[in-house]
Design a protein around this ligand. Structure first.
Ligand SMILES: Cc1cc2nc3c(=O)[nH]c(=O)nc-3n(C[C@H](O)[C@H](O)[C@H](O)COP(=O)(O)OP(=O)(O)OC[C@H]3O[C@@H](n4cnc5c(N)ncnc54)[C@H](O)[C@@H]3O)c2cc1C
Length: 201
């Protein structure tokens, strides 16, 4: 077990926010550990073929020097830059590259529980390790969105971030709830897949 005084910060989740926070802590020399499978949600669960809703200048992860931007990655990789919507694959590759360059110390293990202790927190990891930390950053994003609307049967509700393959809605009727650009775009994609969709806000 890591002694409490040894670990000022633990970060749960290695998505865009967890990685950005880790990059800042690392640049300041702050000891920390970060747990989770890097960009797991984006790599495995976002709707395939999706384009980002955010624009080029609002889609970079935050690094302390502000140098490793999405545009820089695309220029280095020879990918189209600032031309049309950002493909999911481009963003996921960029964020994975960001992780390897700026946060190579991600520990690919899930946190299974988090408990408050008198002088901090105790985390349990899926590999059986227990870690004590003074502060904990919870950067788990939408991972646990299934708890929203949980009064509905599980087979009747899901979040768009858990629907990698929208073709399963073909010839089925459904409703979407939420607002904004991404909802409209995904509704359009479901329509393209021949499902019938009702919107509600
Ligand atoms: C369909 C869709 C499209 C979107 N498009 C955009 C867009 O274009 N632009 C934009 O800015 N935002 C977009 N978003 C919002 C996007 O989800 C957030 O901006 C971004 O992913 C938030 O990053 P995050 O690190 O907080 O969460 P996430 O990306 O969800 O990452 C959280 C990570 O935590 C991990 N995790 C969860 N529980 C644990 C645990 N117990 N232990 C260890 N790890 C754990 C997960 O595996 C996951 O990898 C979109 C969301 C959806 C659903």
């Amino acid at each position: 077990m890591t002694a409490l005084s040894d670990l000022p910060v633990a970060i749960i989740g290695a998505g865009p926010f967890g990685l950005s926070i880790a990059a800042h802590l690392r640049s300041r020399g702050m000891p920390f550990r970060i747990f989770g499978r890097p960009m797991h949600r984006w790599r495995t669960q976002m709707p395939a073929g999706m384009f980002l809703k955010s624009e080029w200048d609002a889609s970079s992860l935050s690094d302390p020097a502000g140098r490793y931007t999405l545009q820089k990655f695309c220029a280095e990789a020879g990918l189209p830059c600032e031309n049309g919507p950002i493909p999911l694959d481009t963003f996921t590759r960029y964020a994975t590259s960001f992780q390897r360059r700026l946060v190579p110390i991600v520990e690919d293990v899930m946190v299974t529980s988090l408990d408050r202790r008198p002088d901090g927190f105790e985390l349990r990891l899926a590999n059986g390790e227990r870690v004590r930390a003074k502060r904990v950053v919870i950067a788990t994003g939408l991972s646990h969105a299934q708890y929203i609307l949980q009064e509905l049967p599980a087979e009747l509700r899901s979040h768009s971030s858990a629907r990698h393959d929208l073709s399963q809605f073909k010839h089925r009727r459904g409703a979407t709830s939420s607002v904004g650009w991404i909802r409209s775009r995904n509704v359009g994609r479901r329509r393209a897949g021949a499902g019938q969709v009702r919107k509600s806000d």
